[in-house]
Design a protein around this ligand. Structure first.
Ligand code: BGC
Length: 266
């Protein structure tokens, strides 16, 4: 049967209170999975409120949903979050390492080390902390899938964002290495590399007609992606439809990495 069926699977999506993470949570729930919505607590409580809203709409689909605050950059907080997942869901079948930030735009020599470290701490160390906890459980259960959300910038350099590009290139190597470590233990580890997906993270670009025009020149498909286009790919890869897929980072980018400037001439 060709069917994306995640009924009874228990998933954790990091950074799921907004953007791509929220869309991934929805796609997993639509395929039948219970979903834990991780978010980073902020003083104004905005992320907590958004996470609650996301969880409420997941429950409407008929699955279980929980919200879990944790700064994934902190190994101790991640350990606690997984203990909460154990007690709420009784285990974990799918981890989606989605939480990430672009960081502050600054060329290397003008950057602040603390800003640089924070990007790596969230995008790379955060994924490592969550994978470590998930794999303790998944390798014991001999069953599970990890999906790491990378970016086209795992391979495309991006001036002003050296921490981001480094974090994503490293995340992709983490995907491959963990896939190799776990391939004979019933666990799959895959990546999804989005291009320019229309969310809050790049609002400054799509809100400005000149910047948007410049961006679209970089996308052969001539449009930005939709968060649900990432969600669907994650659900597919997390399902048994992809039972023999482990290690790759799947580009979902409308062709952004295809050297669009070579469409004409060369
Ligand atoms: C970034 C976005 C950017 C896109 C394409 C993503 O990884 O988070 O801000 O629009 O790459 O450059």
């Amino acid at each position: 049967m060709i069917n994306i069926d995640l009924k009874g699977k228990r998933a954790l999506v990091t950074g799921a209170s907004s953007g791509i993470g929220e869309a991934i949570a929805h796609a997993l729930a639509q395929a039948g999975a219970d979903v834990a919505v991780n978010y980073l607590a902020d003083p104004a409580g905005r992320n907590a409120a958004n996470a609650e809203q996301v969880a409420a709409s997941l429950r409407q689909v008929g699955v279980r949903a929980a919200t879990l605050a944790a700064d994934i950059a902190d190994a101790g907080e991640v350990e606690k979050m997984f203990t909460q997942i154990d007690s709420t869901f009784g285990g974990i079948d799918i981890l989606v390492n989605n939480a990430g930030i672009d960081g502050v735009a600054a060329r290397c020599w003008e950057s602040n080390p603390d800003d640089w470290y924070r990007v790596i701490q969230i995008n790379l160390f955060g994924a490592y902390h969550c994978a470590r906890e998930a794999l303790k459980r998944m390798t014991t259960a001999r069953h599970g899938v990890i999906v790491n959300i990378s970016s086209v910038h795992e391979s495309i350099p991006w001036s002003g964002y050296s921490a981001y590009t480094c974090s994503k290139a490293a995340l992709t190597m983490l995907t491959q290495t963990l896939a190799q470590e776990t391939a004979d233990l019933g666990v799959r580890v895959v990546g999804v590399a989005p291009g320019a997906i229309k969310t809050e993270i790049n609002e400054a670009v799509w809100n400005d007609p000149d910047m948007l025009r410049d961006l679209l020149r970089k996308i052969p498909a001539n449009r930005m992606g939709k968060p649900e286009e990432i969600g669907r790919m994650v659900a597919l890869l997390a399902s048994d439809m992809a039972s023999y897929v482990t290690g790759p980072s799947v580009l979902v980018d409308g062709g952004m990495v295809l050297y669009p400037s070579f469409r004409h001439g060369g």
